[in-house]
Design a protein around this ligand. Structure first.
Ligand code: FE2
Length: 403
């Protein structure tokens, strides 16, 4: 069950005081008070001529609202259930008491309200990895899909078992989650060990945990690994690391290193001569407006020569070494062997993936990989939450990597 940092209460308004400084003070029946600027209220009018409350479309413009709009009349109506305002120009607004409480930006808790709290993990994820039979995913309707998406938002990773072992199934499963994004590697990529690899996943070598394609301005969102053939028992197991866990560890244990990775841009690049020359400068840890880590990107195979101020370079390289050691520490790695018919679905802007080495001679390992836009998946989760868990339908989720 996704935890929401706090919930809007259902109190009525009992107090209204309009001050001289272009703001008013509202009091709710549980004793909480908060100030609102009159300009904020006028901009937030949810009447039909100002916008469409259902879709969130606005017809008003910030350009039309003065810093201190005048008021002809203001009062609490419907026994404190609403605040009614008649503005200086005759326009009438009516605000729901509960809605106002949820928007009370004067209260510190409002900033954290409705924000999902990710469930962080280390190697112990293997004991509780959310796993759904493919048949339930296929036949369980939207309730089963919601359960899957909820777990994906909580942990950043879920698994399907018993999916069809045929190539077309990869895109069919992905399309149920959200819009598939095509890249220069195509709509679905075959990760099959071969002598002329284009990406590291096409070799039999061990892979250090990484996020895919950090060299894109906007890296892949939700990744699917669909296993069609495994390379022998226990070989080529996936090694998954919770990047949010690593970020919080560094924030607590190595705050200067954390700050460097959250503020300094690292240079990532990928070249296939004559085909692609991708390059991005971006921070390893992205933070949202409240300081929470909301996105991770890192792949030390795709890092170009770093350029920063001379005196910072030793610290930057030390910091990248610290991060890499944490990613390679088995304590942080959940080891998940993939069998034919398994599908790992994970957030590529939170969860890093690697794998153990395997012997080419032990058999051909074949994964199919494709990715789905994160905002599309999050939109589907919120849309389904409106039916299955209404308190979560407004949840603010980590929005992923910025630059
Ligand atoms: Fe990868």
């Amino acid at each position: 069950m996704l935890k929401v940092a706090s919930e809007t209460c259902g109190e009525d308004l009992v107090g209204l005081h309009v001050g001289a400084a272009a703001h008013l003070r509202l009091g709710w029946s549980d004793g909480v008070e908060a100030r609102f600027h009159l300009s904020w209220l006028r901009n937030a009018c949810r009447c039909e001529s100002c916008g469409d409350p259902a879709s969130g479309l606005r017809w008003t413009s910030f350009a039309d609202v003065p810093r201190a709009p005048g008021i002809r009349r203001i009062e609490l109506v419907e026994r404190g259930g609403r605040l009614a305002v008649v503005w200086h120009d005759g326009h009438e607004s009516s605000f729901d008491a509960v809605w106002l409480r949820g928007c009370a930006y004067d209260l510190p808790e409002t900033l954290a309200a409705r924000r999902a709290v990710p469930r962080l993990w280390r190697a112990n994820l293997t004991e509780r990895l959310a796993t759904l039979p493919h048949a339930a995913f296929r036949d369980g309707g939207e309730a089963a899909l919601f359960d899957l998406l909820q777990a994906l938002c909580d942990d950043g990773i879920v698994r399907l078992r018993g999916a069809p072992v045929r190539p077309e199934a990869t895109a069919e499963i992905a399309a149920r989650l959200g819009p598939i994004r095509e890249t220069s590697y195509g709509l679905v990529q075959d990760l099959i060990s071969k002598p002329d690899p284009q990406v590291a996943g096409q070799t039999a070598r061990a892979q250090v945990p990484h996020t895919d394609e950090p060299f894109r301005y906007s890296p892949p969102g939700i990744l699917l690994f669909h296993c069609l053939a495994a390379a022998g028992a226990g070989a080529g197991a996936s090694l998954m690391v919770d990047g949010f866990r690593i970020a919080e560890d560094m924030r607590a244990e190595a705050p200067d290193a954390f700050e460097m990775l959250a503020t300094r841009q690292i240079s990532f690049e990928r070249r296939h001569p004559g085909e692609v020359a991708l390059q991005a400068e971006a921070r390893v840890f992205s933070r949202d407006g409240t300081g929470r880590v909301c996105g991770v990107r890192f792949n030390d195979r795709c890092i170009g020569p770093q350029i920063c101020a001379f005196h910072l370079m030793p610290d930057l390289l030390d910091t990248l070494g610290d991060l890499s050691r944490r990613l390679q520490d088995p304590v942080n790695q959940a080891r998940i062997p993939l069998e034919p018919g398994d599908v790992l679905i994970f957030d590529n802007q939170r969860v890093l993936h690697g794998r153990t080495a395997f012997k080419q001679s032990a058999g051909t390992r074949r994964l199919r990989s494709c990715h789905v836009d994160r905002d599309g998946v999050h939109s589907r989760y919120r849309t389904l939450a409106a039916r299955f868990a209404p308190a979560e339908s407004d949840t603010v989720l980590p929005q992923g990597c910025t630059v």
